[in-house]
Design a protein around this ligand. Sequence first.
Ligand code: FAD
Length: 392
Amino acid sequence: MSSDAVSTAAPVVIVGSGLAGYAVAREFRKLDKETPLIVLSRDHAGFYSKPMLSNALAGNKTAASLLMKTADKMATELNASVRAGVSLQGLDTAERRLTLTDGAVLNYRDLVLALGADPIRLPLAGDAADTVLSVNDLDDYARFADALEGARSVAILGGGLIGCEFANDLLHRGIVPIVLDVADRPLSRLLPAEGSAWLRARLEAAGVTFRLGVAASRVDRVEDGGVRLALSDGSSLRADRVLSAIGLRPRVAIAEAAGLAIGRGITTDRLLATSAPHVYAVGDCAEVAGLNLPYVMPLMQQSRALAATLCGQSTPVVYPAMPVLVKTPACPTVVCPPPPEATGEWNVASTDEACEARYVDPDGRLLGFALLGTATSKRQALAAEVPAWFTD
Ligand SMILES: Cc1cc2nc3c(=O)[nH]c(=O)nc-3n(C[C@H](O)[C@H](O)[C@H](O)COP(=O)(O)OP(=O)(O)OC[C@H]3O[C@@H](n4cnc5c(N)ncnc54)[C@H](O)[C@@H]3O)c2cc1C
C-alpha cells in the first residue's frame, strides 16, 4: 500500500481533550459516524467545563463533582478511542505520523491540535515563589481548593477576567481577595475606564481589595504560615496564599519543532489549516487568521467549521458577535470586545444600577460593547447589531 493510501485509511486524530478537542470530536461525529476517531490527552481525558473553575467555590464544587463525563463515557458517546495520560511528543507532517511519550507511533488521515495554553508564570524571587498557584485545569483546581483550607486571605496576581472572577468566588468562602495588577484598573483590556471604575466599586463593596499600579517581585514565607509579597512601589503585602492569573501562552512547542508556522499561537487560516497539509489547530493554542481568542464561543465556531472541512466541505470560520460573560455576580458584566484593528471610541452612560458602554466607529456603527449591572439585559439586542468578523 502507498503511504498516501495508508494515510487515507488512517484515523482522524485529535490531540487534547479540552473544550476545543471535544467540540471538534462532537461536531465531526454529527457529520461522520464511521471514520475511525482517536482523542489523545496527557490528562485524564474526562469532560469538564473549564469556565466553571472560576465560580466553583460558590457552589461548593470539588474537582470530582466538576467532572461531567469520564474518558470511557466520552469514548462511548463519540464512538472514538479516547486515550488518557498520553502525551504527544513529536510530529512528522511529511509522513503524517505522531510519536507519543509512551513510545507509540500513530498515523493520521487528519490531525487536529487542540493543545490549549499554559499559564504565564511571573519570574518571582523569594523562598515561597514556588507556592504560587494557578488554575487552568481540573487538577489545578483540586490543588487550589486544598490550599484554601484554613486560608483567610488570597493575593491574586492579575486583575483581568480570571483574576476578578476568582476574587468574587473567594468571597463565597469568606476569604479576603486582594487583587494586584500593574494596570491602574481591573479588566483594563476589556473595559473602558468608566466601566472598570464601575466594576471596581461594586467588587470593593462586596469585599474585594485592589492594589493597582504595582507589580509583585518576590514572595517569601512568614512565620505565621502565610507569605509576604514585595511590591514595586516599595511596599509589601501579607496573604495566606497567592494565585497567579496574569494570562496564558498558547502551547506551540511541538508544532514549532515540527516546522509549523507559529505566531501568537499555531498559525492557521480560516479553514483552521496550519502551514502543514492535513494538520489543523483549534482553541487556545491556535492563532486563526491573525487572532488568538482564548474563549469558548470562538472555539465552538472553529469546531463547527473544521468538522465540516474534515468531512469534505471546506468551511471558513465566521465569528458572529461573541459576548463573554464575566462571572462576577457582585457586578454582572458582559463584554463584547471590538475587533483588534477597529478604529472608534467608547461612549459610556451609567447610573447607580447600570453601566452601558458602546464602542462605535466614526460612522456610528456599533462594533463592540460592555454592559454592567442591569444593563446586561441588553446583551442579545446589542449582539444582534454587531457585525460578524470575517464576512468576506
Ligand atoms: C478559570 C477559567 C475561567 C474561564 N472562564 C471563561 C468564560 O467564562 N467564558 C469563556 O468564553 N472562556 C472562559 N475561559 C477560557 C476557556 O475556558 C478556554 O478558552 C477553553 O476552555 C480552552 O479550551 P482548549 O480545549 O483550547 O484548551 P484546554 O482546555 O487547555 O485543553 C488542552 C488539552 O490539551 C492537552 N494537551 C496539551 N499538551 C498535550 C500534549 N503534548 N499531548 C497530549 N495532550 C496535550 C491537555 O491535557 C488538555 O486536554 C476560562 C478559562 C479559565 C482558565
